[in-house]
Design a protein around this ligand. Structure first.
Ligand SMILES: NC(=O)c1ccc[n+]([C@@H]2O[C@H](COP(=O)([O-])OP(=O)(O)OC[C@H]3O[C@@H](n4cnc5c(N)ncnc54)[C@H](OP(=O)(O)O)[C@@H]3O)[C@@H](O)[C@H]2O)c1
Length: 350
């Protein structure tokens, strides 16, 4: 099995390279800048690793970079800028594709634009193979199976600690800031719509006696969940306190002056909690909770395992949500030794 990592020179890209090496998977480092690719290979202790140079604006070079590989892991954000070109080239090269994007409208675009192309090429594309969308989308399917018929799913994200976001995450934030401030899209009455006010302004998070104020937030599972669960409403939320941070000035100069990403110690102290509240059409309710450490380290594990599964145990071709591509319980259980815990409770107190 051979996997190409596009954006291999970035912060997330290097974590993915390290995870591929740990799992003894053959890799190609791909990206637009030969010197930065060489630096990345040395930084992760793989100075002899195969490297292929291709800009995201050069389709032929990208296809050449991916040719002979079984899969592509794209870590080159902002995906809103260059992601579609990488998906197109991966499909043309006959590679399965995953990426680490958290850009909601980009994820929707990939489903809308590439389904037929991927099907015709016999490859599977799974965007947003990151710490949030994969476990939450898988959990949604488990809740739907449990409740049998679902009306609404609310996904609330909370991340505590971990220091500053990576420069790449901040660039993605800037590239999509208008959509983020507007709360992103909601799956509302059977279709995706912008500008839908959140149904919830506070949520009682696990282990807390008081409800936490929340606001609409563009999580990718709003795009993926309705692809495999028949329901009327999916909305994404995060703590309302994040709203103030979104108004802080963030220029390219400020971002360039920051560290590439959180150091290993900060990553170790970071904790994420993703809470999924599902309401059944019969009035029953269930809550799924995914907790884990280190969003960037967990994303590396999840992206590599997603690509590996697509190659070793192919899903149907096309653009798929995580739960369409992977068996939910098996994938979530795979993550447990990495510190990612998942639970399902019926009828949480509200
Ligand atoms: N849960 C989540 O939503 C989640 C979790 C983890 C990561 N992510 C996302 O993953 C992405 C990567 O983050 P990061 O910290 O690794 O960023 P980074 O350190 O800035 O790395 C970005 C990489 O992409 C390449 N790149 C950027 N723009 C490009 C373009 N137009 N054409 C070709 N290559 C391009 C860069 O190449 P050069 O080195 O040549 O500049 C670099 O290799 C971000 O979008 C981040 O939001 C999301």
């Amino acid at each position: 099995m051979k996997i190409a990592v596009y954006g291999a020179s970035g912060y997330q890209g290097k974590l993915v390279l390290t995870e591929l090496a740990r799992r003894d998977i053959e890799m190609v480092l791909a990206g637009r800048d030969p010197a930065r690719l060489e630096g990345a290979a040395s930084a992760v202790g793989l100075p002899g690793a195969e490297r292929r140079v291709a800009g995201s604006d050069d389709h032929e070079a990208l296809v050449h970079a991916f040719r002979g590989c079984h899969g592509v892991i794209n870590c080159a954000g902002p995906f809103t800028t260059s992601g579609e070109a990488v998906v197109r080239a991966a499909i043309a090269a006959g590679c399965h594709y995953v990426d680490t994007s958290g850009e909601q409208l980009y994820v929707k675009k990939i489903f809308d634009a590439f389904a037929t192309e991927a099907e015709n090429a016999g490859v599977t594309v799974v965007p947003a193979a990151n710490d949030g969308c994969v476990p939450v989308d898988l959990m949604a399917q488990i809740l739907a199976d449990h409740l049998e018929s679902v009306e609404e799913i609310i996904s609330t994200h909370r991340v505590v600690g971990g220091g500053a976001m990576s420069r790449g995450s901040l660039r993605s934030l800037v590239a999509t800031i208008d959509a983020i401030k507007a709360g992103g899209i909601t799956y509302y009455d059977g279709e995706w719509r912008a500008g839908v006010p959140a149904r919830h302004t506070s949520i009682r998070l696990p282990g807390e006696s008081e409800a936490t104020p929340v606001m609409a937030f563009p999580v990718s599972e709003v795009v993926t969940i309705p692809r495999h669960i028949r329901l009327r409403h999916v909305e994404g939320l995060t703590e309302a306190a994040l709203g103030d941070q979104l108004n802080a000035p963030l220029t390219s100069e400020i971002i360039e002056g920051l560290p590439e990403g959180p150091d290993a110690e900060s990553r170790r102290t970071q904790r994420f909690t993703y809470v999924l509240d599902a309401a059944g059409t019969d009035g029953r309710r269930a809550r799924g909770v995914v907790r884990g450490p280190d969003t960037y380290g967990s994303t590396a594990v999840i992206a590599v395992e997603s690509a590996r599964r697509l190659i070793a145990d192919p899903a149907k071709p096309g653009v798929l949500a995580p739960a369409q591509a992977f068996e939910p319980t098996a994938f979530l259980d795979f993550l447990v030794p990495y510190g990612i815990q998942w639970t399902v409770e019926e009828e949480p107190a509200t």
